[in-house]
Design a protein around this ligand. Sequence first.
Ligand SMILES: *Cc1c(COP(=O)(O)O)cnc(C)c1O
Length: 375
Amino acid sequence: MTRVMNFSAGPAALPEEALLRARDELLDWNGTGMSVMEQSHRGKAYEKVHQEAHDLLRKLLGLTADDKRSVIFLQGGATQVFATLAMNFLRAGTSADYVSAGAWGDKALVEAKSYAAMVGASAREVRWEGAEGAGKGTRMPHPRELVFAEDAVFVHTTSNETIHGTQVGLSESLPFADPKQPHVCDMSSDFLGRVIDPRKFSLLYAGAQKNIGPSGVVVLVVDDAFLEASCDDIPSIFRYATHAKNGSLYNTPPTFAIYLVRNVLAWLDAKGGVPAIEKDNRAKAKLVYDAIDESGGFYTCPVEAESRSIMNVVFRLPSEAHEAKFLAASEQAGMVGLKGHRSVGGMRASLYNAVSVAHAKALADLMREHARTSG
Ligand SMILES: *Cc1c(COP(=O)(O)O)cnc(C)c1O
């Protein structure tokens, strides 16, 4: 069996330990004589693993039992949350503030606007210098550039713009925006990839398929008080409060996806949790950025130094022909997923939690070698 070095942006690499555990348990899970997929979601056996996934998530985030926050697993991805967020928190006459620094922030805003228009509410884009024009996608905003409406029911940000390779809050000079208003954050592509304080957020959410599992499930961490104030006149299936109250078992959850999330979180926990993985992630990103910066201009990264993502490293070569040649060389070396998003072109190396330091080192070595022979 040959496993490739997977630098895909999502669905992305999963830890081999988590997959092997699933393989070993596939046909006869925990002595039940069936796979986890075939279990009733109301049965004792499934409930145990479901609870374990919730508990591991709380533990890895540093949430204690006293923290009045709920962890919820839903289907529909982060994109579903773009719409349901507005449904849960926007009523006629109210508005929310959206900070966009790229493609995902834009999508979140579009979905909120469409629902807001239906109910006579509004979703407002916060203006800042890098939000439009040629510079869009090359940096994250500095908190001092952002002015929020006093009466915004929440402020929405995206912590890591997956397509552009920009990330907020990596140095002290660039902290997360710290609004007085409830802060909602899309952390899909850097969730559990670095230490954050979940208490700073009224709601944070992340699709699983980047850092914590397969596609098919999205995680929400919500302040119970914020949830309390949510709309109760929308269909119950779309109410976050419904799912919080029912421990993500209101209807049939994506059981196999949640089971795999449990496997991934158990792996992360055994590795030393988020502080340990953040150290690896920073080391991996440094290897690749150094290969870019020390290439004498053969590789270029369009992202400003302070906003460079440690999860998605984007870079260009001198021409598209050079890029095609590099991609071919990377495939030859057993690497996949390095082609940048179709909307921006170039290369993108996604270095999520399951990508090893050794794989990042192999990529950096290939880049140096390739620059030497093709530069
Ligand atoms: C991938 C991604 C999404 C979309 O996730 P889906 O599961 O496809 O809905 C949203 N936001 C960010 C930041 C992402 O990286």
